[in-house]
Write a protein that binds this ligand. Structure first.
Ligand SMILES: [Zn+2]
Length: 122
């Protein structure tokens, strides 16, 4: 015989499980755009669905080349001293970033509504 409390408990567990699945899915949502920031100022936003290569002249003789391909963003070239941004793996999830410290360039993946839901979840 099933008691009423058991049904409520089961229902709560199912609800939590469903919420967890939704939460995980939101966390893993691919972003839809990449925002390029130079020295704290927004420089350009690129669509991840459009393959493109953009060379940014950060300052006199300083550049970073950003490549968008197959929905992923990569810093393919830069003449910064450490080249950490070039070595960084490709990014495509919401909130992921590639930072070029010497040039103060930040690439950040952003999504649409998923991104906002993600922020609330934090
Ligand atoms: Zn760099």
């Amino acid at each position: 015989m099933i008691k009423k409390n058991d049904v409520i408990l089961l229902g709560t567990i199912l609800l939590l499980a469903a919420a967890a699945i939704i939460f995980i899915n939101i966390r893993k949502t691919d972003g839809s755009r990449v925002v390029i920031t130079i020295d704290g100022e927004e420089y350009k936003t690129l669509d991840l669905n459009k393959d493109t290569t953009l060379t940014i002249e950060v300052a006199e003789g300083a550049y970073n080349t950003v490549t968008v391909k197959n929905g992923e963003v990569d810093m393919t070239e830069a003449n910064c001293p450490d080249k950490l941004c070039v070595k960084h793996r490709k990014i495509h999830y919401n909130g992921e970033t590639i930072v070029c410290l010497p040039h103060k360039v930040v690439l950040q993946i952003v999504g649409g509504e998923e991104s906002e839901a993600d922020m609330i979840a934090k």
